[in-house]
Design a binder for this molecule. Structure first.
Ligand code: SF4
Ligand code: SF3
Length: 548
């Protein structure tokens, strides 16, 4: 075994990747991810102490947030980026230690190796091999520590998007540091770790609310929008990932250049925001969920900008057309950094590249509809409530989450197709590509697939549920006619799940498989306390959900 990672749904054999990631992550990079996380824990110990004397470092908050995000599945495969990060982490850790001491904080009790280790870059691999996931021997403690850590990774991703737009909630950073430090504490009992996992759910709600505010205050509230999935005859740039600030920068800089801009995968919901509708060259969405990029980037012909996960190791045939930015990285792929003077990012190289490329090859025609965030759905509330009262809508199915490569995910297409015609799917995240191009019709003008947006917009689905609970004057969110059949893949889905649990949602079904990082005992707690379940087959599951 040269690595161990089980943080995503595609973990090898359903237990963990041990030689190389199914995602393409090499063992040395996987181990450096672990070493970076370990070092963040040391930084957290000092920053928590520094906070007590008002000397907490904002730089540390940002560093921890970005570093957690870098280790999310399919974000960064670049060894050099991690070696540099760990070097910077060691310097930062010592600066915070000194600042904490200077401010009068008592740091004498901080003796954990994560807070004191040091090494030259050449020794990082050896150190990394000692501090990975398996260093925690008890499988239940390991399971809870990792569940918490993966929740933090998702939280960090959303916090970073909000941060980009100038929205910050320092209590989220405080919690991240407290939770990271707690994963070093061998004295914590399992129920204390469970309590921290639940608390992560609270901050999951907070961070998604913060990002919702950041996005809607900056770009307007999403509107019902038909998005073209065909192509035009100009060269194009394809933008993927979740970062709307990058989206804005690219649209501004491509104005009047003759270059069209298309979204891919999780960037599709950018079309729903009023602020982006004014760009005539923002023409549509190309392709599907992240895992089909090896074919779709090929036929797109133009350059591709990856603003966040999910990046698949690029094939040589199009690698020179891929650009990364933010936390994303891949060895040999050009990275666009933010300008040092703080004036944003310069995408001119990508634009010049696009001018030399052929227009995209058309792979489909038509349009998809979306923009059903909470503001839109709540503006239709009367219609929705009437449809429920009259029995025209019998049940809502929250099918948010992620898509992935596994053949077993055909389940979700079949599930959407076979659902009774008096049901409505509420979705968010890239899971929707399994059914958002099907002809599922509408109920009295309400489409049967309501797409709220990106995975973080699962928050919108929670807001809608809470509002319906109020309208129907129910005591418990679980009395609503809403079922949860969620597809997961990476760690943002983990924080979405924890947020839903925190809001009191029960009986969530997770598929296509349950996380490998849940030990049998931890899974038992989730089943007994929250009614979490897996999926079986479409026919039986629909019967179960419909209460037949
Ligand atoms: Fe394996 Fe997923 Fe970890 Fe990649 S992120 S190494 S596929 S468990
Ligand atoms: Fe998709 Fe990666 Fe998770 Fe944001 S793009 S939902 S998998």
């Amino acid at each position: 075994m040269s690595m161990f990672c089980y943080q995503c749904q595609e973990a090898a054999k359903g237990t963990g990747c041990t030689m190389r990631g199914v995602c393409g992550k090499t063992s040395d990079v996987a181990n450096l991810h672990d070493l970076l996380i370990y070092t963040l824990k040391g930084i957290s110990l000092y920053n928590m102490k520094a906070r007590e004397t008002g000397a907490a470092s904002k730089e540390a908050d940002k560093f921890i947030m970005e570093s957690l995000f870098m280790t999310i599945t399919n974000a960064n495969f670049d060894r050099k980026a991690f070696v540099e990060r760990i070097q910077n982490a060691l310097v930062l850790r010592d600066e915070i230690k000194n600042a904490a001491a200077k401010s009068g904080a008592d740091i004498s009790g901080i003796t954990h190796d994560a807070a004191v280790w040091s090494a030259q870059a050449e020794q990082f691999d050896a150190k990394a091999a000692q501090v990975g996931v398996l260093a925690t021997e008890n499988e239940d403690v390991r399971s809870l520590r990792e569940l918490l850590t993966y929740g933090l990774k998702g939280m960090a991703a959303y916090a970073k998007h909000a941060y980009q737009l100038g929205y910050v909630n320092s209590s989220i950073f405080e919690f991240m540091e407290k939770a990271l430090a707690a994963t070093l504490d061998d004295t914590l009992a399992a129920d204390q770790l469970v309590a921290l996992v639940m608390e992560a759910g609270k901050y999951g709600v907070d961070v998604m609310a913060l990002l919702d505010k950041a996005n809607t205050s900056t770009y307007g509230s999403p509107e019902i929008t038909k998005v073209n999935i065909g192509v035009r005859n100009n060269p194009g740039i394809l933008i993927s990932g979740h970062d709307l600030k990058d989206m804005e920068g690219l649209l501004e800089q491509t104005k009047g250049t003759g270059i069209d801009v298309y979204t891919h995968s999780e960037m599709l919901p950018a079309h729903y925001y009023p602020a982006f509708k004014k760009y005539d060259h923002f023409v549509g969405n190309y392709g599907n969920a992240w895992w089909k990029q090896d074919k779709e980037f090929e036929s797109f012909n133009g350059p591709i900008l990856m603003t966040t996960n999910c990046l698949v190791p690029p094939k040589d045939s199009y690698k020179d057309r891929v650009y990364t930015t933010g936390v994303v990285g891949f060895d040999g792929v050009k990275h666009i950094d933010a300008k040092e003077d703080g004036t944003g990012k310069d995408f001119s190289e990508i634009i010049e590249h696009a001018k030399k490329c052929q227009p995209p090859v058309e792979i489909e025609r038509g349009e998809i509809i979306g923009g059903f965030a909470h503001s839109t759905v709540l503006s239709l509330a009367d219609k929705v409530v009437d449809a429920v009262k009259s029995g025209a809508i019998k049940k809502f199915f929250v099918m948010a989450g992620c898509d992935g490569r596994m053949k077993s995910r055909d389940y979700y297409t079949e599930f959407a197709q076979k659902l009774p015609k008096d049901t409505v799917i509420l979705t968010a995240g890239c899971a929707k590509y399994r059914y958002n191009k099907l002809e599922l019709g509408d109920i009295g003008g309400i489409p049967r697939v309501l797409d709220a947006g990106q995975c973080n917009d699962s928050y919108s689905l929670a807001v809608i549920a809470l509002k319906l609970k109020e309208v129907f004057q129910l005591n418990d969110i679980n009395e609503l006619p809403i079922a949860y059949n969620i597809a997961w893949y990476e760690q943002k889905a983990v924080i979405v799940l924890l947020a839903l649990l925190y809001l009191g949602v029960k009986n969530i079904h997770l598929g296509p498989t349950l996380p490998a990082f849940l030990s049998p005992n931890v899974a038992k707690v989730l089943v007994e306390s929250f009614g979490i379940g897996g999926v079986t087959n479409v026919d039986d599951d629909i019967k179960m959900f419909m209460g037949e």
